[in-house]
Design a protein around this ligand. Structure first.
Ligand SMILES: [Zn+2]
Length: 143
């Protein structure tokens, strides 16, 4: 039963992500006035001063984690393509010390990130035990 539920969840995740794969490949449209718009929300992208991770300058993606392309988070990233990537932040911190320009769509950013409570909910619906859920959530990067 639980396995069946998990399989269904995976299949539906692929189906939903599939609908958004065009968005993912074409996240930006240009308006008649030459402005960059979010292809999903049709609002202008914001470019602001932000911060990148320490290895940002080298273009490394090693800070990306496995959970990046997992389940509901994957769907949301596919369907809201102009979120702020994990190697960029609007806030300066120990992990994000490098000043950079960050371009993003505020609606995508709001819609993309799944809270820990939402993760728990989603995992429970997939029939995972509390132990499994705890194990997965403890692998998430902190901050
Ligand atoms: Zn957007």
């Amino acid at each position: 039963m639980a396995v069946h539920g998990k399989l269904l969840a995976i299949i539906s995740a692929i189906a939903i992500a599939g609908c958004c794969s065009y968005l993912r490949e074409h996240p930006v449209v240009i308006s008649a006035t030459g402005q960059k718009l979010c292809a999903r929300h049709r609002i202008p992208l914001l470019t602001v001063h932000g911060y990148g991770v320490t290895d940002y300058a080298q273009g490394s993606e090693r800070t990306l984690t496995l959970i990046h392309t997992f389940g509901p988070q994957f769907e949301r990233e596919q369907c809201n393509p102009n979120y702020i990537p994990r190697n960029q932040s609007l806030k300066r911190s120990k992990d994000y010390p490098i000043p950079i320009l960050v371009t993003y769509c505020p609606k995508c950013e709001d819609a993309t990130w799944i809270s820990e409570a939402e993760w728990r909910d989603s995992f429970r619906k997939q029939g995972m035990s509390e132990q499994e859920i705890q194990r997965i959530l403890s692998q998430k990067p902190s901050g």
